[in-house]
Design a protein around this ligand. Sequence first.
Ligand code: BGC
Length: 257
Amino acid sequence: MSNVALGIDIGGSGIKAAYVDVASGALVTERVRLPTPRPSTPRAVVETVGEVCELVRASAPELTPVARGAAFPAVVRGGVTLSAANVDRAWIGYAAEERLSEALGNSVCVLNDADAAGLAELGFGAVRGVSGVALVLTIGTGVGSALFADGTLAPNTELGHLAFRAHASVEDWVSDRARRAEGLSWKRWTGRLNAYLDHLSVLFSPELIVLGGGVSKRFEDKIAPRLRLRTPVRAAALRNDAGIVGAAWHASRVVRL
Ligand code: BGC
């Protein structure tokens, strides 16, 4: 039976998808990307997801995915999106799984984007084989989190929305968007990151913290040398494809191969 699943990553700026070999975590087609519609209303986004998936299908008509998963930047419970920090507010309370399944003509499994990235790290990257508590953070426009205990995910942790120091939501202070918007040097921004990670270390005593998202490209040269933490910190292994791979892998495990 086929090991191929469709992975979709819905972000604030782009919607990406590819077929994934869920045994290895490798993409088996080129990644297709279209810009996220503005405003990012559910109807417009669902339509663009349909277009992206059609392009993937057309690029490999000989492949039939056994499952379909979509990562979305919000709290997702029972297939319903329950928050909207960086997307249109109409997503709050939207039956995303039902609507996407209708649009694609097949059942789609929807999960939080950081949870998807974390699952990709668990299956194929930096969290593989890690026992105890591991924390995966995606740092980009927002800050997402995936918390694992002995390889089991506690979904929707939203640690980017912790109140910290004077900030109602720490992502406004420590995201990559904040770094760019405030023109912070890597030194100053990493100082903020260090304070945030230190706080998370006190709260969760993780064995490992994994950093993903846009900033992970600069982990080795700009970030790692400046971190002063007792908890080991590593860069995510899957980088750009983490959402796609995690969504596909998750869906393939929900819908049995
Ligand atoms: C959202 C999370 C998401 C993160 C990264 C946050 O603003 O609340 O659900 O995982 O951004 O996209």
